[in-house]
Structures are given as C-alpha cells and as structure tokens.
Ligand binder design. Structure first.
Ligand SMILES: Cc1cc2nc3c(=O)[nH]c(=O)nc-3n(C[C@H](O)[C@H](O)[C@H](O)COP(=O)(O)OP(=O)(O)OC[C@H]3O[C@@H](n4cnc5c(N)ncnc54)[C@H](O)[C@@H]3O)c2cc1C
Length: 511
C-alpha cells in the first residue's frame, strides 16, 4: 500500500488527505495545532459565551468547489456539533450589504425568481437558493445602476458552477467550457477601478469595489476584477452561506469522512524538518504533501529539492494583512442603514474611491486612517450563534503586511461610522493582529490570510512559474496550501489537485 503524509489540516490538507485515502493510500495527517481545521476553526472566546469563527466565516466557494461539493452529508446524516443543527448551510436575507455615509446601502441577494430557498446540507449542489421577496429590494438598492450591475454579473452567474469549477481547477484541468472561461478571463483582466467607472452612482461602484478588495492590494492593477466577478457571481448564485453552529461544523463533517477513510490524524505536532516528518510516520512515505507556506516547505524539504526551486520559493511574496477583532455584543449591531442588519456580511469603507485609496495604502505598507473592514454577523443567517445573550460578530481590517500596531480601535471606529452607538453594545473584544495570527497558524505569514500576494503574475503563477505548481522538484514532494492555485479561500482545491498529481505520478511510476 502506498503511504502519504500530509502536513497541515486546513481545507487543503483535509481535501488532499481525503482524496488519497479514498484512492486506497495509507495517509497520516499531521497538524501543529491541537485541533484540525486550520483557518476554518471555530471556538468560544469567553466562558459560556458564543462560538466565534476564528477564520473563514462565509462559504460561497465551498459550495461550488469540486473538492468540497463532495462533502455529501445527507440531511439525515448531518454530523452533530453540539451547537444545534449542524452540517447545514444557512443564509441571511441578503448575502452582502455595503453602506455609505449618506445612509444609502447597496445589497446583494441570491438567485432568480422561482428558485428554491431553505436549509441545505453541506454537499448540496442543486443550484441557487433565494428568498423571493427580497431580490426587488436588492435591485432597488442599486438605483440607476441595477441594469448595469446585472450586465456585469449575469454572464458570470449563468452556468456559474461549471465556470467556477474551471477557474478553481486551473491550471491542471482542461477547461470544460473554454470559451466561457476565456470570456471570463478578459473581464477579470481589467483593473477593478476601471470596471467601477461603468457605474453612474455611488452604491453600485462601492459594492463592486468592496467585492474586488477581497483580493487584497491595489485595485488599479490588471487582474483585480477576478475576485470581484467570482465572489459577486457566487453571491448571486449560491449566496454566501454560513455553517450552522460555526465553520468548525464543516471541519467536523470532513473529519468524520477522514475517520471513515482510515486517515490517521496526529495533532499538536509541528513539522520543521524532514526528520520531524519521518519521525511522525515512522518510515519514509511515498509522498509528502505540504499544506504550508512555500518558505516553510523549502525548510522542511531542505536539500532534497533543487537549489533553483528553493530560491524561487524564497522569492515568494506575501501581501497585506488582516487585523481581526471578535466582538461579543449585548444586541445586534445598531446599523444606521437598517438593511445591513439583514445581511450576513457587511463591507465598510465608504465609496469606491475611498476603498481604492485604503487598499493602495496597505499595499504600500502604510496604515490607512480608514481601512477597508469586513464584518461577518453570522447570527443573522444562523440565530443559534447567539448564546447567553451575547451576539458574536467578526470584523477584520485590511492592514499592511506584518503591521505591528493595534488596529482594534480603528476597526471599532469604522463600524461606529455606519452604526452609531455600536461601541456601547460591546461586552467583550478579542483582537488578533498579524503577529498573533501567524502564531495561531504558521501559514498566515505576516498576517496575510490569502496565502500570499495576489498581485501581478503571482495570482496565476503561485508559488512559481511552472507547468505543475504542486511539484517541488523532487520525487514524492508536493506543495498544496493556498500558496498554490487556485489560491486563498475555503475550497480545498489546492489540496485536491495536488493529490491528483500524486496519484498520476504514482501511476506513471508503477508502470
Ligand atoms: C480571519 C480569516 C478570515 C477568512 N475568511 C474567509 C471567508 O469568509 N471565506 C473563505 O472562503 N475564506 C476565508 N479565509 C481564507 C481561508 O480560511 C484560507 O484561504 C484557507 O483556510 C486556506 O486553507 P489551507 O488549507 O491552505 O491553510 P490553512 O487553513 O491556513 O491551514 C494551515 C494549517 O497548517 C498547519 N501548519 C502550518 N505549518 C505547519 C507545520 N510546519 N507543521 C504542522 N502543521 C502546520 C497550521 O497550523 C494550520 O492548521 C479567511 C482566513 C482568515 C485567517
């Protein structure tokens, strides 16, 4: 039987381990933290308090990812988390809200008239869900730009699962819909600031710019429309669901499948060298998949990989960081624009120009006075998250790479700007800046939560220019974290694809 070790148990490590185990391999999954899940973990932060998603909270990509779509827990087999109904996706009325200082708010909701709504188990792939009576409100929120918005997003929404699968599987799979992918590529190549100019009014331009800002970095550069188009279309197609009970419910579902597939899991074991790795499995495995950062992978692999690849991994660049604040409130956020209280995610930063400027600052290493802030209020979709009268929300600001200051007050001020009285609702606040994030999860280098800069060529060629970015240039050694295609986000595709390469290499070797 072939043996593999996977290092790192975020969504990519989990997907890699599952794919190999299901192909009959004996797999050991090694994780530095005491719990598996990587940036998909949830925890309580105060005694008896609510569960917080410590990393990812909204899951549009998980729903369309070929790797995670196969989660496949039927409703009846949902995995219990102890936090109520689990193994289920939950949606808010609106998937996204973007308020402005003048009280207007741009809204996005999912689907088109007549399509189903309700709770779905993880693994459901039936198509979009919607709450029929709010799409008119969402369209109205865009005013004169509603038709322009539709013209921008609709070509990506049509056939979205196939397009998303093609994008997420790049560069390893021949696209199923090459013409559509090429058309998407042409639009994605535009700078987000250029696309923003097609809107005549502030709400739609701000909404678009906030979506594009998920890519972290300057928005006046080529390819910065990719994140906006993908996440915007996902918001319309699948919505941005949260996991009932917390994102850790997704990990629990995957964990049950790991157990069923016979994967051995070793937690609390950090791998810093090849010797650590060998010790973890008691022998030399046929394949080692590192769901770590590229530089950590180079250290672990040591002299086993060619010097030119070590050098290329050493040149890998990280992007701006997140400064995360988890709040516990005595009531929901008192948004000035009331509809923000019906959205699972709220983008804060003001107009398109203000967000673009803040993103330019963070990319240049300057802390903006008014950074782009993303607020996840999962309880709006999943009311069970409120516990003991404490309402958990997560907010994070885009800050410069490795930022060493305390941005918690700035994050609070940004929320207060659009929700007067917010500060008075705060019962507890837990802040984690770049250093604390990296201490929590070594892959979050300098607080970069996207697995590396997405600027320029590195969006496509990560961790280096190569026809096979998962191979590390030595037999049996592979990289499979978010620093490989398709990049950051909870989709598991980096791990899934790398495992596919391992299986193909093994078949070739066995012949
Ligand atoms: C605050 C935050 C909010 C986010 N929000 C979203 C969101 O809403 N939606 C979304 O789709 N994505 C979101 N993301 C991004 C998403 O979580 C990541 O892109 C994704 O988890 C990357 O998966 P991964 O498997 O590559 O690595 P990770 O999930 O980062 O996991 C890496 C794991 O490897 C372990 N590890 C690292 N080095 C070693 C070592 N040497 N030895 C042993 N173990 C090691 C770490 O401990 C960690 O458990 C967010 C991330 C963060 C941090």
């Amino acid at each position: 039987m072939h043996r593999a070790v996977v290092v790192g148990s975020g969504p990519n490590g989990l997907a890699a381990a599952l794919r190999l185990a299901r192909a009959g391999w004996q797999v050991t999954l090694v994780e530095a933290a005491e719990e598996i899940g990587g940036a998909l973990r949830s925890e309580t932060l105060s005694p008896g308090g609510p569960v917080h998603d410590l990393g990812a909270s909204a899951h549009p990509l998980a729903m369309v990812s070929p790797a995670l779509r196969g989660l496949g827990t039927p409703r009846s087999g949902a995995v219990p988390t102890g936090a109520g109904a689990a193994g289920m996706w939950r949606w808010a009325d609106f998937d996204l809200a973007h308020p402005l200082d003048d009280g207007r708010v741009a809204l996005v909701t999912r689907g088109r008239p007549g399509e189903v709504s309700g709770d779905w188990a993880f693994g459901h792939t039936g198509g979009p869900s919607r709450v029929p009576d709010v799409s008119a409100e969402a369209a109205a929120s865009l005013g004169p730009d509603a038709r322009r918005w539709r013209r921008l997003i609709e070509p990506v929404v049509d056939g979205f699962p196939e397009l998303a699968a093609d994008v997420l599987a790049l560069p390893r799979r021949v696209p199923r819909r090459p013409v559509r992918l090429a058309r998407f590529g042409l639009r994605a190549a535009l700078p987000a600031t250029v696309v923003a100019r097609r809107f005549v009014d502030a709400p739609a331009a701000a909404l678009w710019t906030g979506l594009a800002a998920h890519g972290f970095g300057r928005l006046d550069r080529p390819l910065t429309s990719a994140a906006g188009l993908l996440l915007g279309a996902a918001a319309h197609f699948t919505g941005w669901p949260v996991a009932a009970g917390g994102s850790a419910a997704i990990v629990e579902t995957l964990s049950a499948q790991l157990v069923a597939a016979g994967v051995q899991v070793r937690t609390g074991y950090r791998v810093d060298s090849y010797a650590d790795l060998i010790a973890a499995v008691d022998g030399v495995p046929d394949a080692v998949l590192l769901a770590t950062g590229p530089q950590a992978a180079a250290c672990i692999a040591g002299a086993r990989i060619p010097a030119r690849i070590t050098r290329a991994l050493g040149r890998y660049r990280y992007g701006p960081a997140a400064f995360v604040v988890h709040y516990e409130l005595d009531r929901p956020v008192p948004w000035t624009a009331k509809d923000c209280g019906r959205a699972a995610v709220v983008h804060l930063g003001g107009t398109a120009a203000q967000i673009a400027e803040a993103e330019r600052d963070t990319a240049a290493g300057r802390m903006p006075e008014s950074p782009f802030v993303l607020v996840s209020q999962q309880h709006v979709a999943d009311p069970g998250r409120i516990r003991a009268g404490r309402v958990p929300i997560q907010a994070y600001a885009h800050v410069p790479h490795g930022y060493g200051g305390d941005a918690a007050a700035v994050v609070t001020a940004q929320i207060e700007r659009f929700a007067r009285g917010f500060a008075d609702t705060v019962l507890a606040r837990h802040a984690r800046g770049p250093t604390a994030l990296q201490r929590w999860n070594a892959n979050l280098v300098g607080g970069d939560i996207a697995g590396g800069a997405t600027a320029g060529l590195q969006l496509l060629a990560r961790p280096r220019l190569s026809t096979n970015p998962y191979r590390l240039g030595a037999r049996g050694l592979y990289l499979c974290s978010a620093s490989t295609p398709p990049g950051g986000g909870v989709h598991g595709m980096s791990g899934w694809q790398a495992a596919g390469v391992v299986l193909a290499d093994q078949r070739r070797g066995d012949r």
